[in-house]
Design a protein around this ligand. Structure first.
Ligand code: SF4
Length: 311
């Protein structure tokens, strides 16, 4: 295998929802319609609603062509990464191009705020799985958690989700991110439930701040409480468990580069890195020690786990 560095691809990384996910990153860091309090990409970035050709689609497809030949194999090609992917005006062309290259299913992780636009829905309809977010069932909670662009209205946003569900025949997995004390009381849950009944997702997946986040108010919800909330929703939601994929011996490329590229995207634990890159723990531990020594990464404890993050 070669040691090519990729500008638009990362992983495969362990995804708690998609297994080994080959990430495709098509917008610059923190280019987003929102500024969520739980965002792992930093804080206080200006939101935008401007769709543009942020990354050249041919260059992205060129990297993908190489990566698919290079391995390791992925369960999904996931369009996500450093911001909101539906802000890329070439999203539909990208998925068409991926279809020419591989049969690996395509997923889009989106905050869903642009699904009120017909052309965004047309682009997203090309994917096999779309994973939009809905963290609030009312405008005030939406503002508190997601800090949306001032021109984004809550009703327009959720009506976009409802409309997309009507048009889309693929898998629609709704993610709800819970922040203790903000969207966890009875009223907040009932408001969410009302919208979910209209959206009719195939799955509901509950998440909370298990990784370090920049805003301390994005408080972690304890697993027992998340399980209680899951039982209140319909279809019954699942709490996204920690990824526990196979750790193989398939050492690929430059280990240090691969680990660093992964940590540039988001904080990861030792298990995350081993599973995502197919590396054995002792190799990853060695690489992490070197990166810490060189002050290229930091280590932060959260709960029982240590998370590593690129500087
Ligand atoms: S939608 Fe995602 S990328 Fe955008 S601010 Fe929220 S967490 Fe960050």
């Amino acid at each position: 295998m070669s040691q090519k560095r990729y500008k638009y691809l990362f992983g495969p990384v362990p995804s708690r929802r998609l297994g080994r996910s080959l990430g495709v990153d098509i917008v610059p860091l923190k280019t987003c319609t929102q500024n969520c309090i739980y965002c792992q990409l930093g804080k206080d970035a200006p939101q935008t609603l401007h769709r543009s050709e942020y990354a050249p689609i041919n260059a992205v497809l060129g990297e993908l062509r190489h990566k698919i030949q290079d391995g390791p194999e992925a369960d999904y090609i996931t369009i996500s990464g450093s911001g909101e992917p539906t802000l890329h005006s070439g999203l539909g062309r990208l998925i068409d191009g991926i279809r020419q290259l591989t049969r690996i299913p395509v997923a889009i992780i989106t905050n869903g705020t642009l699904l009120n636009q017909a052309e965004v829905r047309t682009d997203c309809c090309k994917a096999d799985v779309v994973l939009p977010s809905l963290d609030a069932g009312d405008a005030e909670t939406f503002r508190k958690i997601n800090l949306p662009h001032p021109q984004l209205s809550f009703t327009t946003f959720v009506e976009g989700l409802v409309q997309f569900r009507r048009e889309y025949t693929g898998q629609f997995w709704l993610e709800i991110f819970f922040c203790e004390g903000i969207n966890t009381d009875e009223t907040a849950i009932l408001n969410l439930k009302t919208w979910i009944e209209r959206i009719k997702p195939d799955k509901i997946q509950l998440n909370t701040a298990v990784r370090p986040v920049v805003h301390p108010e994005a408080g972690k919800v304890e697993p027992e409480k998340l399980q209680r909330i899951a039982r209140l929703l319909s279809p019954q939601a699942e709490v996204i468990a920690d990824f526990s994929g196979h750790v193989g011996t398939d050492v690929s490329g430059s280990d240090e580069t691969a680990v660093l590229e992964m940590l540039l995207r988001r904080p990861c634990s030792l298990d995350d890195i081993c599973s995502g890159l197919g590396l054995l723990p002792h190799i990853v531990q060695k690489v992490l020690a070197e990166l810490l020594k060189a002050s290229k990464i930091t280590c932060e404890e959260k709960g029982q786990k240590k998370y590593y993050k690129a500087l």
